[in-house]
Design a protein around this ligand. Sequence first.
Ligand code: NAP
Ligand code: GCO
Length: 266
Amino acid sequence: MNPYLNFSLNGKVALVTGASHGIGFAIAAAYARQGATICFNCSSEEHRDRAVAEYAKLGIEAHGYVCDVTDEPAVQAMVADIARTVGPVDILVNNAGIIRRIPMHEMDAAEFRRVIDVDLTGAFICSKAVLPAMMQKRSGKIINICSMMSELGRETVSAYASAKGGLKMLTRNICSEYGQYNIQCNGLGPGYIATSQTAPLRQPQADGSRHPFDAFICAKTPAGRWLDAEELTGPAVFLASEASNAVNGQILYVDGGILAYIGKQP
Ligand code: NAP
Ligand code: GCO
């Protein structure tokens, strides 16, 4: 079979960080449907157990871990445990992320650092943990969940934009450094997706009217709407599969057209 037409993930072990709900959950469930064995982590036991039950409802036996992506010894231990009990990680999705919406001049350095730590250093720590086995196998896929903020700025998200811009460059650097081992590292850049992270931006106003940011995003998106996490799954499968073996160091934006659009004329 032509490998570049192969979208199957049969026999692969995928670790999707922060896949207790939202984008990570949708991607992990899609990988399971394509044949992969799913491992995921999140930050609380309650979320882990609830997610394992949600995966089970879909007929997916997911291996869930409580592990903070910023804790390097804990990540190393999780990846070693996965290798022992499930198999070495073939596909890593660095999805775990947080955002703080605070005007920069009011933001503490500690808050800024925490966002960088989770959204950027976490991806470094998790990638570092899976790379040796991938190098040995001479095969591996790393997918970094980037953002519109890998390209654009906006009020209140200085830390998040710095982290996601950095993640774009970490993607290119992993490609540069490990492409020789047949490891592909690409970014997936979602537009505005309806998840808990963006719920405050869609919350109707006290008088029942639409949140102004909700209206703003629909006007700024040629598709004219928020996207659903499920809409990321086809591109995420592509980047995890053999079909993308010649694609490396790219950011695939799945944004309903936001980055192509100057915005609605008044
Ligand atoms: P979400 O619903 O808030 O989910 C975030 C996930 O990350 C949860 O599973 C959470 O686990 C986990 N997590 C957070 N901090 C962690 C840590 N330190 N260690 C381990 N796990 C951690 O967010 P989402 O909207 O699905 O976003 C997922 C990713 O896509 C993020 O990187 C986000 O920046 C990015 N993204 C989102 C959008 C969007 O519009 N929603 C667009 C572009 C990019 P717990 O629930 O247990 O804390
Ligand atoms: C915000 C949003 C965004 C999205 C996403 C866009 O406050 O602007 O939370 O940053 O979550 O990352 O791609």
